[in-house]
Write a protein that binds this ligand. Structure first.
Ligand SMILES: Cc1cc2nc3c(=O)[nH]c(=O)nc-3n(C[C@H](O)[C@H](O)[C@H](O)COP(=O)(O)OP(=O)(O)OC[C@H]3O[C@@H](n4cnc5c(N)ncnc54)[C@H](O)[C@@H]3O)c2cc1C
Length: 370
């Protein structure tokens, strides 16, 4: 890793939004150029805003059909350093290092068994009677156990706080987290920086920080926190919906990232909807749990391209700043893509390199790797 001297690229960067995209960008900028000054401008404290604060925390490279997602292996590898570094500064970042992708019908079963044969280095097929929880009263036929270095379950709020503490402690420049509830004049606010990165997730569009149309949609996700009366929950189960343990093992987060609802559902309806669609593999939890709260977040979903829904990174022709960059559209793979695409974006900021191919989407200069 070559350290970039102060004569190359920006020295004072403002990042609007400190979710997974913004924090990965800050981390990669500081790693490459320790002398850089980074200010995160966010309306919430580290780990408490946007989609990142409510994410299920699942990190693995597989699609629901058991294939490797585009850039999946690189994404997992790239995230490792950030997770390890955040864990040095914050407790409880990694909740688990295995995920069970559950089969509740024969189609699931054959797809997941094929995935186990194709990727034996990080997954294995287990029949229902080999699973570590009692499946006798459910429709579970078995599960793909994704494990090892290809898989982590992250407590994202702790992770983002850990990353922020790591950024603060590293390098020689200033690090500032500047809370900005409601910025009336972004142009003036950002004028002190020599480059800005727009990475405020859905808030960027809802609060009109970015006024241009981009090839994205905002997708509402709702999840619930279930408190168990008589047991602790250890495994992470996924089958369209997911159940992940919270740091307190008597609490479970059950959710989905695939809700396309315009209006938010109330607490009872979120519970009914999630329960109806996940009872076949989570009956033991639903039967023992009380709903405590509903959490909600909008994720920014990029349009599907030839290699699926990839994040949008690149320079951005913005009225807000002459040297503006954008990082958005992490879709439902925020953890898989934040570090890798943050790495690519920061490479571009220091040197618009020929390893990247420019794709013009009107005012957006959008790079993909060759
Ligand atoms: C319910 C749910 C579950 C999910 N589960 C997973 C999962 O298990 N695994 C996975 O990889 N991905 C998951 N995702 C997707 C993941 O959460 C997103 O891809 C990722 O968090 C997007 O990160 P971001 O930094 O682009 O945006 P965000 O996380 O939304 O961050 C935006 C930041 O900008 C700030 N902000 C917004 N507006 C303004 C403004 N006007 N001024 C200043 N600051 C502002 C916000 O406070 C926030 O901190 C899930 C998403 C949802 C909704």
């Amino acid at each position: 890793m070559v350290t970039i001297p102060s004569s190359i690229g920006p020295n004072n960067v403002g990042i609007v939004g400190g979710g997974l995209a913004g924090m990965a960008t800050a981390f990669q900028l500081i790693k490459k150029k320790p002398s850089i000054n980074v200010t995160i401008i966010d309306k919430a404290l580290p780990g408490t805003g946007g989609a990142s604060s409510v994410a299920g925390g699942l990190l693995h490279p597989l699609t629901p059909r058991g294939k490797i997602a585009a850039f999946g292996i690189q994404g997992v590898d790239s995230s490792k350093t950030l997770i390890e570094t955040a864990s040095e500064f914050e407790k409880g970042v990694v909740l688990r290092d295995e995920i069970y992708r559950v089969a509740v019908n024969n189609k699931h079963r054959s797809v997941l068994k094929a995935a186990a044969s194709s990727h034996p280095q990080f997954c294995e097929w287990l029949e229902a009677n080999e699973l570590e929880w009692d499946t006798s009263s459910s429709s579970v036929l078995g599960a793909l156990r994704i494990h090892g270095s290809g898989c982590k379950v992250i407590h994202v709020p702790s992770y983002l706080n850990g990353l922020w503490l790591a950024c603060e402690s590293r390098g020689t420049g200033d690090r500032v987290w500047a809370l900005e509830e409601d910025c009336a004049d972004w142009k003036e606010r950002l004028s002190e920086f020599d480059a800005v990165v727009l990475s405020a997730g859905a808030g960027m569009f809802q609060d009109a920080v970015v006024k241009q149309e981009l090839p994205v949609q905002l997708v509402r996700g709702q999840s619930i926190e279930l408190h168990l009366r008589n047991r602790q929950f250890e495994q992470v189960r996924l089958c369209g919906k997911y159940a992940t343990p919270l740091p307190d093992k008597g609490k479970v987060n059950i959710g989905a990232t695939q809700e396309f609802k315009d209006e938010p559902l109330d607490c009872a309806s979120v519970k009914d909807e999630l329960q109806m669609r996940s009872y076949d593999f989570l009956s033991d939890l639903w039967d023992d749990g009380d709903v405590h709260k509903v959490t909600e977040g909008f994720r920014v979903q990029s349009d599907r391209g030839p290699r699926g829904r990839l994040p949008i990174i690149g320079s951005f022709d913005s009225e807000l700043h002459d040297n503006a960059w954008i990082f958005t559209g992490l879709s439902s793979r925020g953890l898989l893509y934040h570090s890798l695409f943050g790495d690519m974006l920061t490479d571009m900021m220091f040197d618009s390199d020929e390893n990247y191919q420019l794709v013009d989407a009107e005012s957006l200069n959008w790079w993909v790797m060759n």
